[in-house]
Every structure is written in structure tokens, then in C-alpha cells.
Design a protein around this ligand. Sequence first.
Ligand SMILES: *[C@@H]1O[C@H](CO)[C@@H](O)[C@H](O)[C@H]1NC(C)=O
Ligand SMILES: *[C@@H]1O[C@H](CO)[C@@H](O)[C@H](O)[C@H]1NC(C)=O
Length: 393
Amino acid sequence: MHGGSLPWPACKLLEILLVLFYLGILDCRTLAKDTPEALVLGGNGLLGAGTVEKLLVRGYRVTAVNRGNWYWDSDIKIKPRVNHVTCNRLQPLKSCPGIDALSQSKFDVVVDFSAYHRFQIQDVFDLWQKRIGLYVYISSDSVFEVCNKSHGGYSRESDAVRPKNVLEREEYAKKDSYGHRKLLCEEELQLQNMKWGVPFVSLRLPDVIGPRDNTYRWWIYQLLIRLNSHLKSDIKLSKSLCTKPISLVHSEDVAEMISDICSQNPKRFANGKAYNLAFKENPSVLELLELMKSELNMPDVPVTCDTASGLQLYPSVTLGPVNTSQAQLDLNWNPTPLDEAVKELVNFYELASHNPEFKKEHDNVLSSAFFMDNQKAVSEAFSKVYRSLRDEL
Ligand SMILES: *[C@@H]1O[C@H](CO)[C@@H](O)[C@H](O)[C@H]1NC(C)=O
Ligand SMILES: *[C@@H]1O[C@H](CO)[C@@H](O)[C@H](O)[C@H]1NC(C)=O
């Protein structure tokens, strides 16, 4: 070894390390082999379970706080891989057994799927204050329902402003209590941001579709088509559902987006940001059913539009689609094409309907309130169609 200058290979190595640092590929955390920590509030449902999986793949240690209902196969896919704390957030977070052990923790990210009341956000900051690197809040396009949107186009992030006049504000809030409370949560995050300086992102989602949906909405539409020849009733939609475009979003696109956001520099969101996320396509419910029918090879199933009322599972809002151009610009939001998602979901729910491991879900979907009028006929048709298929396999 020469004294003084470093030998050539060591120099080169140093140079490479510096470049990696500069490009942000290496940071102090990866060098120190520190495992990043994620606190996920929820994490067992349609969006949450998918997100937890992606965070695990990216090397996060995940603590999931939820009531302990493990939907579908999340008790196999998620539960054993996370630190689980059982908690119903309608009770004070502090009072949940197991939270104490976390009270000194620091979290690189908090991903909150389950805040529906402002106090639930306050509870999180009461415990961890500024020991949170980034807060990702799952909000809703329902926030626009309590705001004074002054144009007829797709809702933009900047439309989520409540009326100035207090009485009018309350009038709007009454129209949609869910939207009111989700916006209160966003407003609380802004206050906590000013107090503690924790960066945050609110993701305003329209109705979410995806595999393992515990609202069963997609599956119900699919069954109405699939079992149609065994049922006496047609599928009826109100007129507006046949013409009005809607926004939807794929759970897996959102999960991917969240894990992307978590790996970015939180300083980007230092003052708090809100983004709409949705498919680029905006079908009417009728068009969505047409896509399902064609994927099921059942183009002739009749759907009638001329009734005053009908089955409405989507959309949950009245103000129409959301504009996602901000997320495309800032976050490279690039969702799955709708027809691909339809293909994937139709296949998932066909397989799920055959699969005896999902017996609990079969019972749940068949006892859904939406089938109330013809529960017996639907159950019989379901057994007939899917059992006979199972026997063939
Ligand atoms: C979305 O908003 C952008 C920017 O405000 C606008 O240019 C675009 O036309 C809007 N797109 C739709 C579909 O409304
Ligand atoms: C709603 O917005 C419009 C246009 O910006 C404005 O003229 C109107 O006064 C607002 N109404 C309320 C209730 O704030």
C-alpha cells in the first residue's frame, strides 16, 4: 500500500458512492441499515391490505392498528407479517392495549385509512407529535359535496373550499355528513401541520374497486349479470346512471401510489397537499356494466334504463367525476387502463365465487341488503352456477 493518496479502486468506489448519494439512491438510512417504520391505521381492508403488502416489499416494518377483522385472506397474507395492535378508533387511541408500547416510537410514515372523525387525527398527534416523517391520509371525493364548487366541470383539488358564510357552511355540511367529517379530518391535519411541522398528503378517492372488496359492490353487479338467466328480474338502473360519467379508482393503483409517496422526500409535502386519484376513463354505470358483460361473455343480459329508480351502488357522490391532472403532473399518476382492471376484477370474482375457501364471503355477499327482494332465488342460482362449474373442474 502506498501512503498518502488512496489506491485507484478505492477512489473509484468512493466516487461511485458519492454519485449514488447525490442521485438519492443511497441515503444515510440505507447505509445505516435502519429499517423504515410505517404505522398503518386500518390496513386490513381493500386498500389497506394492498398497501401493507407493497410497504413490506419496500422493506418497511409495518405496525397495523385496526379492529382485527381480517377480511378475505388477509389473515394469511397480512396478519403474520405485521406488528398488530387491536384498536377500535371510536375509542381514544391512548386507551387501546398495546399502544403504550409504541408511545416512544418514531414513524417514517403514518398511512391513515380509518379516520372518519377529527378527534381520530388529534389522537394520533397527541401520541406521536412530530415523531412522524410523513402523514398520508386517505380522504374522499365526498369532501367536494360540502363545498361551493362554482363550475360544472370535473372537481379539482382547489374546489374543496367551504362557503365563507357560517350558516351556508352548515347548510352544506348537512348535505353530506360523511364528506363533512372527512374534510374536518383534512382541516385538522392542516392545523397539526402548523403546530408540529409534519408533512402530509390527503388522497381524495372516489369509489374504490379492486379484488377483496369488503363492500361487495362490484361483486353484486357481477352476480346480477352472471345469474341473470336464473333470476326473474332485469337489472334496472335509474336514468341518470345510464348517462352520467363517474370516477372510480383501482385499489392497487392507489396502493402503488401510496408506497411511491412514502419513498419520496417528505419535504415535497411540507405544507400539506391534496390530490384526486381516479381512472383516466369516466364511464357511466351502464357502460361499466357493459364492460363486465362483455368480459363475462354475456352481452345479451338486459339492463334497463327507463325507470325512475334502480340499483345504485356507484357512485357515492352527486357532483360527478374528479379531475386528476394535478396528480399526473406532480406524482406521475398513471393508473391501469379501465378495461384491463375490468378484466382482472371479473376474473378475480369468478374465481372467488368458485373457491370454497371464501365460503364466509359467499355467505356475506348473498345476504347483502341489495339482494333482499330475491335472496332465496339469488342463493339458489349462485349454488347452481358455481357448484356445477366447480364439479366440472
Ligand atoms: C382538469 O384540470 C386542468 C387544469 O385545471 C384542465 O386543464 C383540464 O382541462 C381539466 N380536465 C378535465 C377533464 O376537466
Ligand atoms: C359560491 O361561489 C360563487 C362563485 O364563486 C359565489 O358567487 C357564491 O357567493 C358562493 N356561495 C357560497 C354559498 O359561498
